[in-house]
Design a binder for this molecule. Structure first.
Ligand SMILES: [Zn+2]
Ligand SMILES: [Zn+2]
Ligand SMILES: [Zn+2]
Length: 760
């Protein structure tokens, strides 16, 4: 019998063909296996039926760790007897199937780590040691099929040793496109901040020493540059904060080992598992009582973003020093994408860092580290990028149309929805400037190309002025695609529905800002989502509060607090007392009072983020938002230390609107009497109670069984856990995001879902 088998999934670059070779030989079959141009694999097996059946079983059961099979299609062919043995054929150029994809970058495997440490191994101390089970993929691939000449490894022809392993079907490095050694592979070198090279025999370990001594070094990795320095010394951190225009935004750190992490942070089982997964994300961990790293790493927060080493290079950094961890933050100027090219790094980082640790392999596609948080036992993606992108999110149902979602404005990603698979791009960032815009375009093109998608509909935000809205309009015109605009919170809710394959849902959608269908600033919404037109309906929301000074009210949360409190309580004196917290001092507070008196404000917001911001300002926790979500995150940090709902307020709901003024007012009145932590906690409890009550009411009214929580605020653990408790107590199911970030990193997915499923 002769059987042609086509397999789709994540099967290129994960040792799939050698695996097929081994099981074919084991089952005494002849024929071939080859990569198809779109990341699928074609197998032809010739032999007796029994052996072929056993081969098919092995194919499903014993596949390599990193391989993910989506589909296996078989077809009988009449070519019996034409093959002398089983071979791995050269890749085919044609694009035959679509929807397969290459794997994400994978952390160094244990075998490679052992070889790195073994003196007699030819790859001893080789910083970029890899095999078919580990190493970079997505960041080095220019185009499919995944062959060396289509990757940035094409500049490094294999030496005879590497070649012998590459060609040996029984070797771990058989057809490993990243195979390299100190003789033939990428080289590493240390330079001054001006790029003059410094000759060291062991530049990586030398870098470790420099970091330990308090120098700042830009280190080139798989998907871009990191800026690294000590986690103990304040001085370099001060310098970094000044140079990176990051007053307060937390820096991620890389720790030597899990045991060491436990010396400064608490790590539960799920967190440990996540830290050690081959995807090696940054995990936000609660600082322990004995936290001893510099306070400048994540100022004012209860947690710190930690990851473990994921390349040979990272492990070697720690060899000659005793530091528990190094700062390892993405190297990007404010609002720009992570730096990936050597020249760009010299130009943009030369004034910030003391040294560069370069290697001479190009980065085809930049990719930031992923960030996760664990709520109880649930994984929450803060940022889904390295280790995950571009692996598809599998849906239960097939989309009617091939759709592209372009996301919103901040923390952006793009998403291609094809059939049952949603391919979410790596983290793109804030799409306000040219560099990020270009990055978005490139990442989108690459995603369409890699997946062989033929886009039919493009989905973007409802905001008329968003950059992504304009790009979507142009792309739709150029390519004759259908274009739809999806309201921000509708997209969040659509994402939840698709992830859980729900017919209907009541979505609690909280975040900072989304353009509402009435043109106002939404951000604390209860939305009914269904599969029938009009699909989404706003059925409740937080009380509208004036947003005075637009962006200024977001940046300086005292403004938000003042406008909520105004007319309810005397605030003049309180404002004067805090005058120095306003950029223009007393003058600005007077002007603000006048605006409030004369009701000179054009816009209202229902944002949950703004309410949390206002409370953070009233409780003197945060006066200026220097990064997205800062006041709310710091408020949560304070609330986590609180224990009691000291306000015990009953949520006041009128006409489907949850009153927020009374709670803010109570906090203001009690700010000096009661504990700050308890007040911060009480604010969370009030919002959770109020939102849950409203959502449950709407669920019962509409006969809906699921209540979901989405939007950036869903990263908040206290709110998420309290909402769950109340909703489940009411006998309803509570759902959160499992595969995409609840924040705007998941927005493109929701938009694509609306485009793919709900357009005619
Ligand atoms: Zn390996
Ligand atoms: Zn070699
Ligand atoms: Zn949002």
């Amino acid at each position: 019998m002769c059987l042609k088998i086509r397999v789709t999934g994540i099967i290129q670059g994960v040792g799939f063909r050698p695996f097929v070779y081994r099981i074919a030989v084991k089952n005494k079959l002849k024929g071939y296996v080859k990569n198809l141009g779109d990341a699928g694999v074609e197998i032809l097996v010739d032999g007796n039926e029994e052996n072929i059946q056993s081969f098919l079983q092995d194919l499903k059961k014993e596949k390599p760790l990193l391989a993910q099979i989506h589909e296996i299609m078989t077809e009988k062919v009449s070519r019996r007897g034409r093959f002398a043995d089983f071979v791995i054929r050269k890749s085919s150029r044609e694009k035959e199937l679509s929807g397969s994809v290459i794997p994400p970058d994978i952390a160094i495997c244990n075998e490679c780590l052992k070889e790195l440490r073994k003196h007699e191994d030819p790859r001893h101390d080789y910083f970029f040691i890899t095999c078919t089970n580990c190493g970079p993929r997505y960041t080095i691939i220019y185009k499919l099929p995944y062959d060396r000449e289509n990757t940035t490894m094409r500049n490094f022809p294999m030496c005879s040793f590497c070649k012998s392993q590459y060609q040996n079907p029984l070797d771990r490095r058989f057809h490993a496109q990243t195979v390299a050694c100190p003789i033939c592979g990428p080289q590493i070198y240390l330079t001054t901040s001006k790029g003059e090279s410094i000759n060291y025999k062991d530049p990586v370990r030398e870098t470790g020493k420099l970091l330990s001594e308090g120098f700042i070094v830009a280190i080139k990795g798989y998907g871009g540059f990191h800026i690294a320095t000590s986690t103990i010394e304040d001085k370099p951190l001060f310098k970094l904060r000044k140079a990176k225009f990051r007053k307060q935004k937390p820096f991620a750190i890389m720790a030597r080992s899990l045991e060491v992490i436990r010396t400064f942070a608490t790590v539960n089982l799920k967190e440990a598992e996540t830290l050690m997964a081959y995807t090696r994300p940054i995990v936000l961990l609660n600082k322990s009582e004995k936290y001893y790293l510099s306070d400048l790493i994540s100022p004012g927060l209860h947690n710190v973003g930690v990851m473990l080493p994921y390349t040979g290079l990272h492990y070697m950094l720690f060899d000659k020093v005793s530091d528990p961890a190094f700062v390892m933050t993405s190297a990007n100027p404010p609002n720009q994408p992570i730096i990936k090219d050597n020249n760009e790094a010299l130009k943009k980082l030369g004034n910030t860092v003391d040294y560069f640790l370069f290697h001479n392999r190009k980065i085809a596609h930049r990719c930031d580290d992923s960030v996760m948080r664990i709520h109880n036992k649930n994984l929450v993606y803060i940022r889904r990028s390295r280790g995950y992108a571009p692996a598809p999110i599998m849906l239960k149902e097939k989309a009617q149309k091939c759709a592209l979602g372009l996301g919103g404005e901040l923390n952006n990603t793009a998403c291609v929805l094809l059939g049952k698979k949603a391919f979410l791009s790596q983290h793109i960032g804030d799409v306000e400037n040219v560099e990020t815009r270009e990055f978005l375009k490139k990442a989108t093109e690459h995603l369409i190309d890699l997946t062989g998608s033929k886009i039919e509909v493009i989905a973007c935000d409802l905001h008329p002025k968003f950059t992504t809205t304009k790009i979507a309009r142009n792309l739709a015109d150029q390519n004759h695609w259908q274009r739809i605009q999806v309201q921000h919170h509708y997209a969040h809710v659509a994402a939840l529905m698709a992830e859980h394959n729900l017919e209907e849902i009541i979505g609690i959608c909280c975040d900072g800002y989304g353009y509402g269908v009435d043109g106002e600033a939404w951000g604390g919404e209860i939305i009914l989502g269904t599969r029938e037109a009009p699909y989404f309906k706003r059925v409740g929301h937080l009380e509208k509060q004036p947003l005075i000074g637009g962006d200024k009210a977001t940046r300086y949360p005292l403004r938000m607090a003042a406008s909520i409190l105004h007319k309810k309580v005397e605030i003049q004196e309180w404002l004067s007392h805090h005058a120095k917290r306003f950029p223009y001092g007393e003058k600005e507070t007077q002007l603000l009072m006048q605006q409030l008196e004369k009701k000179r404000y054009a816009i209202y917001t229902t944002s949950c983020g703004r309410i949390l911001d206002a409370i953070a300002a009233i409780l003197e926790i945060c006066y200026e938002r220097t990064y997205e979500g800062e006041p709310a995150m710091k408020l949560e940090a304070a609330a986590i230390r609180g224990e009691n709902d000291v306000l015990k307020l009953k949520p006041e709901i009128n006409d489907n609107v949850l009153n927020t003024t009374q709670m803010v007012l109570e906090i203001f009145k009690n700010r000096k009497k009661l504990s700050r932590a308890d007040l911060a906690y009480s604010a969370h409890v009030y919002l959770a109670k109020g939102l849950a009550t409203l959502a449950i009411e709407k669920a019962l009214e509409n006969g809906v069984k699921h209540v979901g929580f989405s939007g950036g605020t869903a990263c908040n653990e206290i709110l998420a856990l309290n909402l769950r408790k109340i909703v489940e107590k009411a006998g309803l199911k509570f759902v959160i995001h499992k595969a995409v970030p609840p924040g705007d990193g998941g927005l493109s997915f929701g938009q694509a879902v609306v485009g793919g499923f709900l357009t005619i």
